[in-house]
Design a protein around this ligand. Structure first.
Ligand code: URA
Length: 265
């Protein structure tokens, strides 16, 4: 293949990887997994006992089986404060997203707030800066808050997964489920009086709603915050509103509902 053509083919392949969500390398050298699995098949069924115990790996290797979905429950329950919960999450190896994210994106805003917003997952800006909702969607969220007289000093903001999914894809139910004990504990420790789920993954994960967000948004539902029932509502995600500005009218209706509830509590 002439050099120019091979360069174009490589660029096309990289673009395809990026479109599929493969947008960063997780290791220095490529691995031939086909050769590795053939070697495994050829390996003797009974392995000789190693003379010394292997060191315990500090990170889950890419080939390890997925951790049990129950993995985080005990760790999350141990946390008595938000700082302890953040430390537990930093040590948690039960969600594969950690391996490809730059850093943990834990929360922003006021931990004493009466209103807690829970979004979907950090994007590229949040992954770089380490705070939720700092990109374009976050700027729109700030404007939405300002429309009902709020700012980040009066609300607490987190996500259902604290690590950026590669290529900004939607987190899978396995990933949101692995992080759920931590998200629920975070809500318990903040103890908001109102919970707002931004977008379908947050609504599905925290409120167990299976139907689409266009049908469920704007309705008050009940969230069980460790034995205390608090009002919860799903709203359209600001990133979606950036793509569908004609739907901002629904967000405005929902914000007015929120403002009304704030006056009641
Ligand atoms: N979208 C989210 O759901 N969360 C963020 O933190 C940023 C964008």
């Amino acid at each position: 293949m002439p050099e120019e053509a091979s360069r174009a083919a490589l660029a096309q392949l990289l673009r395809w990887y990026a479109d599929m969500g493969v947008d960063l390398a997780v290791d220095d050298a490529p691995h031939d997994r086909f050769a590795e699995s053939q070697n495994l098949e050829r390996a003797p069924a009974v392995q000789p006992t190693p003379r010394r115990a292997a060191p315990i790996p500090t990170r889950t290797p890419a080939s390890a089986p997925p951790p049990s979905p129950l993995a985080g429950i005990a760790e999350a329950a141990k946390a008595r404060t938000l700082e302890e919960l953040q430390a537990e999450l930093l040590a948690f190896e039960g969600c594969g997203l950690k391996a490809t994210a730059t850093q943990l994106v834990f929360a922003d805003g006021n931990p004493q707030a009466d209103i807690m917003f829970v979004g979907e997952a950090p994007g590229a800006d949040e992954d770089r800066i380490g705070r939720p909702f700092v990109g374009r969607a976050g700027q729109l969220l700030d404007k939405m808050l300002a429309a009902i007289g709020l700012d980040r000093t009066q609300v607490y903001i987190a996500n259902v997964v604290p690590w950026r999914p590669p290529g900004n894809r939607t987190p899978t139910p396995l990933e949101t489920g692995a992080c759920l004990p931590f998200t629920r504990r975070q809500i318990e420790l903040v103890a908001p009086k109102i919970l707002i789920c931004l977008g379908a993954p947050s609504m599905q994960t925290l409120l167990g709603i299976k139907e689409g967000i266009m049908r469920s948004r704007g309705r008050w539902m009940a969230y069980d915050r460790a034995g205390t029932t608090i009002p919860a509502m799903a709203m359209l995600h600001p990133a979606y509103l950036l793509r569908q500005p004609s739907h901002k009218k629904f967000a405005w209706q929902d914000l007015r509902e929120l403002a009304k509830k704030m006056r009641e509590i």
